[in-house]
Unconditional design. Sequence first.
Lengths: 355, 278
Amino acid sequence: MSESLRNDGRVWVPKKKGDTRRPNDIPESERDYYLERRYPSFGNLVPRDVASRAAKEVCDEGRGVGPGGHGVYLDFADAIARLGLDNVREKYGNLFEIYERITGDDAYRVPMRIYPAPHYTMGGLWVDYHLMSTIPGLFVAGEANFSDQGANRLGASALMQGLSDGYFIIPATVPDYVATAKPEKVDTSHAAFREAEEDVRRRTDTLLKVDGRRTVDSFHRELGRLMWDNCGMARSDASLRRALAKIPELREEFHRNVRVLGTGEELNQALEKAGRVADFLELAELMCLDALHRAESCGGHFRVESQTAEGEARRDDANFCYGAAWEWAGQGQPPALHKEPLAFEYVHLAQRSYK
Amino acid sequence: MKLSLRIWRQKDRNTPGRFVSYEVDGVTPDMSFLEMLDVLNEDLTTRGEEPVAFEHDCREGICGSCGFLIDGVPHGPRRHTTVCQLHMRFFKGGDSLTLEPWRARAFPVVRDLVVDRSAFDRIIQAGGYISAPTGSAPDANAILVPKEAADTAFDAAACIGCGACVASCPNAAAMLFTAAKVAHLNSLPQGQPERDERTLNMVAAMGREVFGTCSNHGECEAVCPKGIPLEFIAALNRDVIRAAFRRRREPLHVIGAAQHPAHEDVCESNSAQKESST
Ligand code: SF4
Ligand code: FES
């Protein structure tokens, strides 16, 4: 569900472990509004990394709700009492409808059940101040680039970056490039084109020829699980090393044992997906490598070794106050790290506190 | 639970298609319809048969990628629900269902349940934009938007471009879609500079595609997963007349463009397409 729901919804779980009563049968005194309890001044409005971790913690304690225990309640009863049903409907009607379609529950009457899930990767392609990538003339706008998102994504950030890049930067920098670049005339007979075409053909043929025993989806799922368990909301040196050991094995099996039927001549969704999962296998490894090298906690990157006495993320500004840009060094080569120092002119670094 | 499916299989645009029957087992009530097809496809792949092609992306009813006919009804039996949001709890074990792609000449089959909806893109290209100053930050609230206009625009913008309206229409007309796209920007102050141009250009673009002509059946509204109401079509007709007068163009010229593909022609080709299964 959208995070905007936390503007008015209250998050809670039962105080007791394994409480299977229906939410509306659990009296106030037996509910733990854990965000309000832990963060009295921000309450349900803490940033998403903090809210996600807290949800994970209460579920790990065995207080999660719903089948499987991976859920916390997001309750609108108070908002409805305070603002009236119509106002809540007006603000969040479309989201309540999505929820109803998925679960069959009416969230105006019973609390929603939510759980954090990966949504975007933070970071993106390296660009310069003009939003141009390392390939001259290739501009990257919006969340596909790394420029505005830091260690955290905040609400509506996809929209925000789309607007700021689209309104303020690209309209100046792309025309500037077009006006000053002197492109030679090229067509599809150019050697670079033929090389790229040959590359794609080789890649496609390789995937089609494997004819192994496992579906693309099964690899995708296994990789997802691996990342969820080892490079998820909380990661450690050990879990990241585990993932870094397993991903190459999985990638090796993928290229030896994937089954993609059909040809590359017509629409072939399994082939498209196979290409993407092959990319995910590379990206997943890079994400783990990056997470392993950053031995501090920062935003959504929570290293269990680096936390305060209260279990909050502890940054290490002396050693990690930089953005990490990883350069692709070629097939089979470890990527090269470029550190982009972060300079703070007006707002100075401090330990976050939402208490 | 276990279901029997009759699914339209077609290799590409030029190869004739046909229905093939499948059994799918291990379906649970909390799966979505597309997840049920994922299960089928895993099974087909394991058995060495090519999986069924169907479009999907967000799987939460907001992108407009998904859509096919379930027993002749676009997006299946639930009101205001895309197939990706349709859950298997509404079906029971032993059900047999027929799945086929949108049937309209303007939407040729690409493969199996996937059709080419680029005709919609060309309509949007003709007028789905506004002029906006860029480069420096505009003052906040420099343009005031009446609440009613914002609400109308939002309702129109709910159209996800899925094409169910065309698939349900006996004329295969694209009026509800075009009306929603025109109304989205025409309702807002930001959309006023190009308002007339937009209306005429989008209607003309619709006329250039092989959609049929609206004869107010209302099937589109009945199947639209986003509840786009017929009123937007009435508003579009008003806007066409308004634009024609204000720009001192001949209204007949514009309406003629929209009606260009003869009504009978499109109807016939639709039913012919169903029979001959191409
Ligand atoms: S009007 Fe409704 S049915 Fe037609 S394309 Fe838009 S959302 Fe789909
Ligand atoms: S997959 Fe996006 S609307 Fe169905």
